[in-house]
Structures are given as C-alpha cells and as structure tokens.
Design a protein around this ligand. Sequence first.
Ligand SMILES: NC(=O)c1ccc[n+]([C@@H]2O[C@H](COP(=O)([O-])OP(=O)(O)OC[C@H]3O[C@@H](n4cnc5c(N)ncnc54)[C@H](O)[C@@H]3O)[C@@H](O)[C@H]2O)c1
Length: 315
Amino acid sequence: MRSLLVTGGAGFIGSHLVGRLLKEDEKVIVIDNFDDYYDPKIKRDNIKQYLHNRNFELREVDLRDPEELRGVFQSDKIAKVIHLAARAGVRPSLKNPLLYEEVNIKGTLNLLEVCKDYPVENFIFASSSSVYGTVSTPFVEDENLNKPTSFYAATKQAGELICHTYHYLYSIPTTCLRLFTVYGPRQRPEMAIHKFTRLIDEGREITIFGNGHSKRDYTYISDIIDGIMRVLHKKFDYEVFNLGGSQPIELRELVALIESGLGKKARMRYLPDQPGDLPITFADLTKSRKVLGYNPRIGIKEGIRRFIEWHRSKP
Ligand SMILES: NC(=O)c1ccc[n+]([C@@H]2O[C@H](COP(=O)([O-])OP(=O)(O)OC[C@H]3O[C@@H](n4cnc5c(N)ncnc54)[C@H](O)[C@@H]3O)[C@@H](O)[C@H]2O)c1
C-alpha cells in the first residue's frame, strides 16, 4: 500500500490532518523532529491517539538531514507529500533568521531533492498569508510578490519559489497553500487566540501590540483540513491557493469575543507595533472556491466558542 507522508505531522495542523487521513483509511507516515519551538510534550500528546493505528507510522527525522529523509523514501513507497514541517511564527524569525533559513528553506530543498528521485503524485507545501506583506487587500494569488516584511515570510516565499523550480525542472505536481492564521483545538500555545484565552482565564495581563486595530483573517482548523483534502484529491501541475476564512476582524474584537466566551474581562497592556507584523491579512477566495470548491464554514464566533470549549476540557 502506498503511503502519504506528512512532515510536521505532530504539530497543530499536521496532527489534525493525520486524524482525517487515517479516518479515510490512508496509510500515513509522519516525519517530525519534535523541536523545542514549543513544548515537545504537547506534540507527543497531539499524536498519542494515533500511535496504535496500524496505518500510522512515526519517524523521528529532521528535515535538515538529507540521508535520513532519503531513507524514508527508500523503505516506503510514498504517493503524496504534505509538507507542513517548519519553524512557524513571524516574531521569533527576527531573532533567529539563520534557523528559519535552515529548516524552512534548506529543509524544503532536502525534501524536494528526494522527491526528484522518488516521484510523487502530489507535493503540497504549507505556505503562508505572510508572503503577501503589505499589498492591498483582499490578497489574490496572482499578486506580484517581492516585498516580504519578516524572515519567516521570506522563507515561505523562498519555499514557493523552490517548489516552482522543482516542478518546472522535474515535473513534480505541486500545490502551494497560503494558510491564513489557523486556530482551533491544539493551536500552537504562543498564537494569539490560545495565549489570550489562557491568560484571560487565569486573570493575567495580555499584551496588545499596536492600537488593537490590526486585522487577521482567522481560519478554523476544520476548514483548513477540508481545503488540504480537496487538493489531495485533485492533481495540479503547479498551483497556488489561498485557504482563509475571508472575514478579517480586529484584534480588539477578537479579545472581546474571548472575554464574552470566558465570561471574564481582559487586563490589557498596550505596547508599540512589533516589527514584521502586518496591519491586515484578508484572503480572496475566488480561485479556491472555483477550482477546489473550498468553502470555509466556521465563522469566528462559533470558532471561538469551540476553542474555549476545548480549552476548558483540557486536563
Ligand atoms: N498555524 C498557522 O496559523 C499557520 C499559518 C500559515 C502557515 N502555517 C504553516 O503551516 C505549517 C504547520 O504549522 P503549525 O501551526 O501546525 O505549526 P507547528 O509548529 O505546530 O507544527 C510544525 C511541526 O514541524 C515540526 N518540525 C519543525 N522543524 C522540523 C524539522 N527540522 N524536521 C522535522 N520536523 C520539524 C515541529 O516539531 C512541529 O511538530 C507550518 O509550515 C507553518 O509555517 C501555519
């Protein structure tokens, strides 16, 4: 049986995708190095439920090790790759650009070098809304992009360029998905919704960078997984799609929703804008709707309600 390879499959998005693939009776191999960007125990917990599934296999491999990566393709027949492993997050990329370059750029190159020798039917790359920088909204896929505002964004844009090059030279069928601020159960603990919910619930102060008017296009995890599944079931030469919610809201509005969901008031401290942060992200979904049939279903109010329910159910 041919396998699907999910890199970063122990992370937030990856672990949800793995769950969905196993439900569809796919054989799934996860590559993850359980890095310390956030507590690796959280990642182990994310995938604990799959460890006894006979269709699931975990390989503790680092993308930066080309030989280990090659070993995975030598021992198993890989039909499709969903490449989610990365150093995520804009702000930490300013502190450690070389690490972002190693994991996000060299890691992607290492993976594609192997795919060149072991052809796959589909290579999906997790890109980011951050590649749009400060272009006008809503963000459309064919926008000419060359002004990233953070190293993270630059590495994701480089990833897209590298994907295109391998597609062009070696005919690897490739799709780059520009994901817009994903949230839901198991969201990375440092991301705004998760962090604010935890701190407000504990009566601790939250920090708002800027005046609270910056806007994000928050996208619920099940909608993102639905978008990825739609791509997996199709075959493209090379395409780029936005996967967003397409209903951006202000940071202050987000805090108000969390406050009302928790029934607690936030204590807020305002600090200046952070370098690299964007004033707004906003996905144009015309292409994703038309070509993929993608249609995000969970609005922010329902999404926050579900997130708080998950937060409260944690041990
Ligand atoms: N969460 C979002 O809002 C969002 C938005 C846009 C794009 N993305 C992209 O989606 C992908 C998944 O994001 P996430 O939020 O699930 O992040 P995450 O940090 O929870 O998951 C990434 C996983 O990759 C693994 N990893 C990191 N470096 C690795 C390496 N060198 N070798 C092997 N594994 C490694 C980590 O251990 C982690 O389990 C990332 O590529 C991210 O850039 C996420």
